[in-house]
Unconditional design. Structure first.
Lengths: 804, 269, 153
């Protein structure tokens, strides 16, 4: 049997032999392994540890920090630690229902082979949810691409959307939410995050661990026959990408088969039913990083057992596949069960006969490959010989680094510092209630900013056609957002997607996202707080109460102190926001080494998803205007900071500070929304984010139902509304104030009157399809048809421009 | 799977790759029909017992060869063909509609065997598109047993969610479809106005649905079952149900086609 | 100088589509020893840019992913005995600009047509006869309503 010389081998020789075998483990890590085993490891063991101790599997750089994030709360059924977390949605007909949520990245593969990288990303996350015993009911995809004038970024942006569509549509799971941002920082490393949702009765949850007393039980592998694809995947995702790597690593990306997955999902649902009828407790886990070895080792280790797996029994596409490839190759569409031997033949019958897997894809099947053992060793055999025997706890607990990090220095330059006092500037710029302003310094700053960034007639078009603001309809339409018939608000219709997952029940759930890469580049900690707040506000905008959060932390190289510092700061930011809002993180994922060979790391990107609950779907709210002569309110907090805003980008301003978050005020704002909805006073809500209040009102007009053409007039008043003067008129209308625009009845004003700070009427809807700004006569008017064209053209033209 | 088959019972055929069986069964039950998801390994004799069939949406057999092509020759289709010949109502939705065109059951010109038309790749994008649409009944309702209980010119909301929904065929075939009252539904706006602008896929004749010569087999590309409850809607009916859970959970909109289908099933059985 | 090149990609992993098609044809009374499927790209390209074109095609993963595809340039741009080419979409023609596929520009390409190729082997191992190819086309492999079958008659 082949071993790797470690003991007594010099550092340089070891480094070169690690490279020769395509192993990403460091020499000292390998020495630790050999020392513990007391011998040179076999090649299979080398590849096993390479996968299991990779950043991807072991969270070795991130683990020491992740514990700071709150994970407990009254709505948590299952927190982080297994393949997915579960929050409690509510009870219906005496049964308590949980929403399973999992969140992952597939960044590296998607940069190299966008279509298959993105498709397998969806495939993997779906298995994470499925193996909790749940029906898979929804998907969401936060995406970050390089600029579309870059040819490879165009290729990636096309391929990723095609890949998500091809997979999600075929398995019949609706994509109900998503977001897309473009930026220079994602040229060499796109981000493809995926979120999947499942529905499960609380009593029916299946855990990804071998149950108590399961020594001697069968380990059953289900799915596609193992092939050469996806060998080295876990190690690959923890590498810095350069072009040569990218070519070589194409073979580390797996080949997706959504059709087979569709059938495996349905067969697994059938297996769940039978298991419940029989009252069995079983273990079920998906195969991801580390393949058969990674899955079975974690499955039995978390139950306190060992395992003995015979690789000869694993179905393969070709004979004589090397043991290491069978053991750790990441062939897609596979799952593993731990079941009592008395149930094994029934389980095999479901997959192999009732759902005829072998006829659907050549080599696909369910097969017994080994058994759970009492001894806490993990053993693999091939052709009768032990090719791996290691202490299982040593294999699965991995290693942990407390890497040095440099605390980021957030950009704290303010606008006032940016705009020097220039007496001449005061004479230029629009008059905007300035005569009534009492204090001179603010007035000066106001005029100065109006000179620097005037609110001219063209500004709305430049904002609405901005890459991070313009319509995403052309992308959303590529995804089936309504299959299963349970969709109440599809992707792109509102700030969050909404499902009515239990037939006959008014219980509904929302899924929303947050994470602004323009913010991340300025202040990682505060950006992470904003990511949480944005996801929560997006849930609130459809009328949902946030139940739980997930995160995917996408960062650069943890061995670089600045990148590591940004990561640590972001974790702290997530923890702060979650604690302030009293919300738990129930699941998450870390993706590091998002860095190109020339040292460019992505902007710090903490991406957050929020699962919300609605006790009654009839209380859900959509953003489209419902009628004329309704009042428009802004509720929330005006900011004097424009850092990271689309306005700052359009105006070419250098980076300035991000808006602060006043949690007390935010909670009052969210309470005011809930009360307004409860009292039946609210027609429409839209969260204010990219592009500010003007943009949000335009989008509400674009979303008007039944083709009714309803516009609005809006007038912001610095003194009345308490808008910081230094952001000027453009900043008032396009600054990214934390809050909501609400279309409501007059009664909402009375409800708000109890707390004047929370918000006020800023406009009204009307029966002409235009948007009017200002109090003076004549007001300034933009035709909504023109704004719509400007908003809908950029991505439509990009995605329609390309032949299939 | 091998449930007892009652009189007004609909077999919703599930091929490997089908993905819309749950909402289709739910829509049938909402209009008082019994319905089962009938799995591809079900015994043919059991399948023959049903009074009507629905071929639901999805990607049967992964759209191998062509959308609908393999399923058109599936073992279970023997029962569906026999049923269609005997006059049982047969409804194909989306992928099911593609299967019906691949079998040749629709448009089912006299003397023809094999496909006479097809649903080809969407134009101009060539890509899958999922978008809300309305379809308008363009035949006299009684021309098709499945639409007989609809009002003339009925407009039904639905979702077009497909990559291959463009009716394609030779000029003579298309003329014959139009002339022979085979064109059951066209895409329209909410008020029933048909125009090129509302056709989501470049379909010839603006066709959304075709019926066979005998009037008992309907192939409909968009999905009415995905806009069949008030909570699915994004029109005035949703706003009217605001704060009223019972109203929000009521079947409406796309359910109209299933109500009419139910009448056809009851009449047959 | 413009030459016509026929680039063919086949699956290096099990081809479930071909296996299902063969099983269905057998059930329809057209048994075959083997059935192989390929994607074909019939391309008119400027002579001097031919090698660039091949490199570009190899860079488009949905056309060629070394993980699962084999790519070859065929000797002729016509089907061989036993082959059925199915043509569905019109060729892309360059109007002076570049033709791009999946967001990637294809250098020097004047015209590009995609086809699907089926290679039918009769029981016994010989290429299927023209009659068998014609039957397989009309029974399953080609919907004449919107596809065109090309084979040696």
């Amino acid at each position: 049997m082949q071993t790797l010389g470690v003991l007594g081998v010099g550092e340089a020789a070891l480094v070169s032999s690690l490279r020769e075998h395509g192993l990403a483990l460091k020499a000292d890590e390998m020495q630790t392994i050999a020392a513990r085993l007391g011998r040179d490891p076999t090649l299979v063991e080398c590849h096993a540890f390479d996968a299991q101790w990779s950043e991807h599997c072991s969270y070795k750089s991130s683990r020491v920090h992740l514990g700071r994030v709150p994970t407990e709360g009254p709505d948590v059924i299952l927190g982080p630690g297994q393949d997915a977390g579960i929050v409690r949605l509510g009870a219906w007909q005496g049964e308590s229902y949980g929403i399973v949520v999992a969140h992952e990245s597939h960044n590296h593969p998607s940069q190299v082979v966008p279509f298959e990288g993105a498709a397998t990303g969806v495939g993997g996350i779906v298995r994470d949810v499925l193996c909790m015993g749940a029906r898979v009911i929804g998907l969401a995809d936060p995406l970050r691409f390089g600029p579309l004038d870059d040819s490879h970024s165009r290729y990636v942006a096309q391929g990723v959307v095609d890949g998500i569509a091809a997979y999600g549509n075929a398995i019949g799971v609706p994509t109900i939410a998503g977001d897309v941002f473009f930026g220079d920082g994602f040229r060499d490393n796109c981000l493809v995050n995926v979120v999947a949702l499942g529905l499960v009765k609380e009593k029916d949850v299946i855990h990804s661990r071998a149950p108590a007393g399961s020594a001697g039980w069968d380990i059953v592998l289900v799915g596609k026959a193992t092939d050469r694809s996806g060998f080295g995947g876990a190690a690959f995702s923890s590498l810095v990408l350069d072009d040569a790597d990218a070519q070589a690593n194409k073979s580390a990306v797996q080949v997706p088969d959504p059709f087979l997955k569709n059938v495996i999902m349905r067969a697994s649902y059938r297996a769940f039913d039978v298991i419940r009828e029989l009252g069995l407790t079983v273990g079920f886990k998906d195969l991801g990083a580390g393949g058969i070895m990674g899955c079975t080792a974690e499955l039995v280790a978390s139950g306190g057992f060992g395992a003995r797996i015979n690789l000869d029994l694993c179905p393969t596409t070709q004979p004589d596949l090397p043991a290491a490839v069978i053991a750790v190759g990441e062939t897609q569409e596979r799952l593993t069960w731990v079941v009592p031997p008395s149930f094994t033949s029934r389980l095999l019958q479901i997959y192999n006969e009732e759902f005829s897997l072998p006829e659907i894809a050549q080599g696909a099947q369910a097969a017994v490959i080994g058994r759970v053992t009492e001894e806490t060793e993990y053993v693999l055999t091939r052709y009768g010989e032990e090719v791996m025997r290691v202490p299982i706890e040593f294999l699965t607990s991995g290693i942990k680094y407390d890497r040095p990090y440099a605390e980021p220095e957030p950009q704290i330059r303010t606008l006032t510092m940016l705009v020097p006092e220039d007496p001449g500037a005061a004479k230029v710029g629009a008059e905007w209630g300035a005569a009534e302003l009492g204090h001179n310094s603010g007035r000066q700053a106001y005029h100065n900013f109006n000179t620097l960034v005037p609110f001219d007639d063209d500004l709305p078009y430049r904002i609405l056609s901005h890459r991070d603001v313009c319509s995403r309809k052309i992308i959303y339409e590529r995804y089936d957002s309504v299959v299963r018939g349970a969709t109440s608000i599809p992707a792109g219709y509102a700030d969050a997607g909404v499902l009515v997952p239990i037939p006959g029940s008014p219980l509904a759930m929302s899924l929303s996202l947050g994470g602004n890469p323009r913010y991340g580049a300025i202040d990682p900690a505060l950006a992470a707080e904003h990511a949480v707040v944005e996801a929560v506000c997006n849930a609130a905008a459809v009328g949902a109460r946030p139940l739980g959060l997930t995160d995917c932390l996408n960062f650069g190289n943890p061995e670089n102190a600045c990148d590591m510092g940004a990561f640590v700061a972001s974790v702290n930011g997530l923890a702060t926001a979650a604690r302030e809002l009293g919300l738990p993180f129930v699941s998450g994922n870390v993706s590091l080494y998002n860095q190109s060979a020339n040292g460019n790391s992505i902007p710090p990107s903490a991406i957050v998803a929020c699962v919300g609950g609605l006790g009654d779907v009839s209380r859900s709210v959509t953003p489209g205007f419902k009628g004329p002569a309704h009042q428009l309110y802004f509720i929330g907090e005006y900011t004097g900071a424009l850092g990271g805003s689309v306005l700052a980008d359009v105006a070419g301003l250098p980076p300035t500070n991000l808006p602060n978050i006043d949690y007390a005020r935010l909670k009052k704002t969210l309470a005011a929304l809930r009360n307004g909805i409860e009292a039946g006073l609210i027609y429409a809500i839209h969260d204010v984010s990219d592009g500010g209040i003007f943009t949000v009102i335009a989008e509400m007009a674009f979303a008007t139902i039944d083709g009714a053409r309803i516009g609005a007039s809006v007038c912001l008043d610095a003194r009345r509304d308490g808008i910081p003067l230094e952001i000027g008129e453009a900043g008032a209308y396009f600054g990214e104030h934390r809050g909501f625009i609400v279309e409501a009845d007059r009664g909402f004003a009375e409800l708000l009157a109890e707390d004047r700070l929370i918000g006020a009427v800023v406009g009204a809807t009307h029966h002409r399809f235009d948007l009017r700004v200002g109090a003076d006569v004549p007001v300034r008017t933009w035709k909504l048809d023109d704004l719509y064209e400007s908003w809908s053209a950029p991505l439509r033209d990009f995605y329609e421009d390309v032949p299939a | 799977m091998s449930a007892r088959v009652g009189s007004a019972n609909v077999g919703v055929i599930v091929f490997p790759g089908t993905n819309s069986e749950e909402e289709t069964v739910r829509a049938c039950r909402a209009v008082g029909l019994e319905a089962d998801a009938v799995h591809w390994n079900a015994p043919l004799d059991v399948v023959r017992e049903y009074s009507a069939y629905i071929l639901p949406g999805g990607f049967a057999y992964e759209d191998r060869v062509r959308a609908g092509a393999i399923a058109a020759h599936d073992r279970l289709m023997t029962a569906v063909r026999e049923g269609a010949a005997a006059g049982k109502p047969v409804l194909g939705i989306c992928n099911g509609a593609q299967v019906l065109l691949e079998t040749g059951l629709v448009p089912g010109f006299a003397g023809a065997s094999g496909p006479q038309a097809g649903f080809a790749r969407n134009a101009p994008s060539g890509k899958f598109r999922s978008t809300h649409v309305y379809v308008k009944l363009t035949i006299p309702p009684e021309r098709c047993t499945i639409t007989a209980a609809l009002k003339p010119n009925a407009v039904i909301p639905a979702w077009a969610s497909h990559g291959e929904g463009r009716l394609a065929g030779g000029a003579a075939t298309l003329a014959r479809i139009a002339a022979g009252d085979h064109l059951a539904f066209v895409y329209s706006d909410a008020r029933g106005n048909a125009s090129e602008a509302v056709v989501p896929n470049g379909s010839a004749l603006g066709a959304a649905g075709l019926v066979n010569a005998a009037g008992n087999v309907l192939a409909l590309m968009p999905h009415p079952e995905r806009d069949a409850w008030t909570f699915n809607h994004h029109d005035a009916s949703r706003e009217a149900a605001r704060g009223d859970a019972a109203a929000m959970l009521k079947p409406s909109g796309g359910i109209a086609l299933f109500e009419s289908f139910a009448q056809a099933v009851r009449q047959w059985s | 100088m413009v030459v016509t090149r026929c680039v063919e990609t086949t699956l290096a992993i099990p081809d479930n589509e071909a296996a299902t098609a063969r099983a269905t044809l057998t059930r329809l009374g057209i048994p075959l020893e083997a059935l192989e499927r390929a994607d074909l790209y019939k391309i008119e390209v400027e002579c001097k840019r031919e090698s660039e074109l091949l490199a570009a095609l190899r860079g488009i993963e949905t056309i060629f992913n070394p993980n699962k595809h084999r790519l070859a340039v065929r000797k002729t741009d016509r089907p061989d005995q036993g082959e059925l080419w199915v043509e569905e979409t019109a060729a892309l023609e360059s109007d002076g600009g570049t033709i791009s596929v999946a967001g990637r520009a294809l250098p020097g390409v004047r015209r590009l047509q995609r086809l699907v190729s089926w290679k039918l082997t009769a029981p016994g191992g010989d290429p299927a006869s023209a009659a068998t190819v014609a039957r397989a086309a009309s029974a399953l492999l080609c919907n004449a309503a919107f596809q065109r079958a090309v084979f040696v008659r």
